[in-house]
Ligand binder design. Structure first.
Ligand code: NZQ
Ligand code: ZN
Length: 387
C-alpha cells in the first residue's frame, strides 16, 4: 500500500426529507446563491418549488441558471460565471445529476479566477485560484460528482470533453434524498449504474497487491451496484435500492477506493472521446467499452486480479482454472449490462470507425500508468472490438 492523504470533507445529509436543512447549509457558506439546474426534471418532481421556498424563507437572494445539458457545455459555464460576477454570487447550488453539478463546480472555479478564459480553467491552462463553495442537491445516482473533486465539461466546437480535479471543487455539503431518484428513467438508471461500476473497476484493477482493504472496499461497492442496480431498474420507487445505489455512487469515485493504490484511468479516457464526438450518454458508452477493455488487458501476469473480481463479486467457483474464472467474470459484467438493455456495441449508438484514429490518438495519451499500459493502438483495437 502506498502513502496517501485522506480528506473527504463533504458533509452529507442523507435520506428522506433532509432538504429541510438546505437553508442552514447555504447560510454557513454564503449569502447569495446561483441555483443551477438542467432541462426541467427538478421542476417536474416539485424539487424546484421546494428549494425556491426554502431560499425565500431563509431570505437568501438567488439567481438561476437553468437548461444545463447532459454532457454540460462550456457555454453554460461561461453564462454562469457571467451571472455570478455581475450579481456578486458567493455560493453555487447545483441541483440535479452529474452534468448539472459539474457545470456548477466549474462556475465556482471560474468566477473569481480573474480570467475570462473559462475553457482555460477547464483544460488546466488557467490556474484555479479561489473556488466558490458548492452546496449540491443530488437527483441522479451515477457520476458521483456530489462528493468528488472533478468536473467534466464539453466544448462541442472543438469536440473536446475534459476537466480539472481540484479539492476546492469538492462540494461542501450534499443533500442526498433517494426519493428524488424515483423518477429517474430506466435508461438513466441503467447508464448511471454502468458509470458507477466503471468508476470502481477503473481503480480496482490496479497493480498494488498490498492494498488489500481498498480491494475489499471496492468489492463491497461493486456488489452493492450489482445488487441494487437491477432492483432500482425494475422497481423505480424501491427506496432501499435507490438509497444503496445513491450511496454507492458517491463512494465509487470520491477518492476512498484509490487511496494507497493509485492507478490512472483508461476506460473513461476512451469514453470521453465518444461523448465529445457523438454526445452519447456517458454510462452507455462505458457499458459498451468496459467488457472489451477488460478482455484487452487480461494476461497471465494479471489474471490474479480478475480471479479476485470473479470470485468476490460474481461468486464464481474458485476451483475453476484462473483464466476461466477471468472470462466468466467479464461475461458476467457484460450480461449484467445487457439485462438493463444497455447497448453493447458502438453501432447501436450511431458510432462507426470513421473517427477512430483521432479519438484513439487523444484517448491514448497518458495511459502508460494504467493497470495495463496502453497507447493509441490499444485504444483503436478496443474501439474496433466494440463496433
Ligand atoms: O436535464 P435534467 O432535467 O437534469 O434531466 C436529467 C438528464 O436529462 C435527467 N435526470 C436527472 N435527475 C433526474 C432526471 N430525470 C428524472 N428524474 C430525476 N430525478 O437525467 C439526464 C441525465 O442527467 P446527467 O446529469 O447528464 O446524468 P449523470 O448524473 O449520469 O451525469 C453525467 C455527466 O457526469 C459526468 C459525465 O461526463 C457526464 O457529463 N461525469 C462526472 C464525473 C465527476 N464529476 O467526477 C465523473 C464521471 O465519470 C462522469 O464523467
Ligand atoms: Zn463516469
Amino acid at each position: 500500500m502506498q502513502n496517501f492523504m485522506y480528506h473527504i470533507p463533504t458533509k452529507v445529509l442523507f435520506g428522506r426529507g433532509e432538504i429541510r436543512k438546505l437553508g442552514g447549509e447555504i447560510k454557513a457558506y454564503g449569502s447569495k446563491a446561483l441555483l443551477v439546474y438542467g432541462g426541467g426534471s427538478i421542476k417536474k418532481i416539485g424539487l424546484y418549488d421546494t428549494i425556491v421556498n426554502i431560499l425565500n424563507e431563509n431570505e437568501i437572494p438567488f439567481m438561476e441558471l437553468g437548461g444545463v445539458d447532459p454532457n454540460p457545455r462550456i457555454t453554460s459555464v461561461e453564462e454562469g460565471v457571467k451571472i455570478c460576477r455581475e450579481k456578486d454570487i458567493d455560493v453555487i447550488l447545483p441541483v440535479g445529476g452529474g452534468s448539472v453539478i459539474d457545470c456548477g463546480k466549474l462556475i465556482a472555479a471560474g468566477t473569481r479566477s480573474g480570467s475570462d478564459d473559462i475553457w482555460g480553467i477547464v483544460t488546466g491552462k488557467v490556474p484555479i485560484r479561489e473556488v466558490l463553495p458548492v452546496i449540491t442537491v443530488l437527483t441522479l445516482a451515477a457520476a458521483g460528482s456530489e462528493m468528488d473533486t472533478s468536473a467534466i465539461i464539453s466544448n462541442m466546437e472543438t469536440h473536446e470533453k475534459t476537466g480539472p480535479s481540484n479539492p476546492g471543487m469538492r462540494p461542501k455539503a450534499a443533500i442526498m434524498d433517494p426519493e428524488y431518484t424515483f423518477t429517474v428513467s430506466k435508461r438513466q438508471t441503467a447508464a448511471g449504474t454502468a458509470d458507477m461500476i466503471s468508476h470502481v473497476l477503473e481503480v480496482y484493477f490496479n497493480n498494488n497487491r498490498g492494498a488489500y482493504l481498498q480491494s475489499r472496499f471496492a468489492e463491497a461497492v461493486l456488489k452493492t451496484c450489482v445488487e441494487y442496480g437491477h432492483r432500482a431498474y425494475n422497481t423505480p420507487n424501491d427506496y432501499e435500492a435507490r438509497a444503496n445505489l445513491m450511496w454507492a455512487g458517491s463512494w465509487a469515485i470520491n477518492g476512498l477506493l484509490s487511496k494507497g493504490a493509485p492507478v490512472s484511468w483508461s476506460c473513461h479516457a476512451m469514453e470521453h472521446e465518444l461523448s465529445a464526438y457523438y454526445d452519447i450518454v456517458h454510462g452507455e458508452g462505458l457499458a459498451i467499452l468496459v467488457p472489451h477493455w477488460l478482455r484487452h488487458m487480461l494476461k497471465e501476469e494479471n489474471v490474479w486480479k480478475y480471479v479476485e473480481y470473479g470470485v468476490n463479486v460474481w461468486g464464481i467457483d474458485p476451483s475453476l482454472p484462473e483464466m476461466e474464472i477471468a472470462n466468466k467474470a467479464i461475461e458476467a459484467t457484460a450480461d449484467y449490462f445487457k439485462a438493463m438493455n444497455l447497448p453493447s456495441a458502438l453501432r447501436e449508438v450511431g458510432i462507426d470507425e470513421s473517427k477512430f484514429d483521432i479519438m484513439a490518438e487523444r484517448a491514448g495519451k497518458g495511459l502508460e500508468k494504467a493497470f495495463v499500459a496502453m497507447d493509441a493502438g490499444d485504444v483503436k483495437e478496443i474501439y474496433r472490438k466494440s463496433l
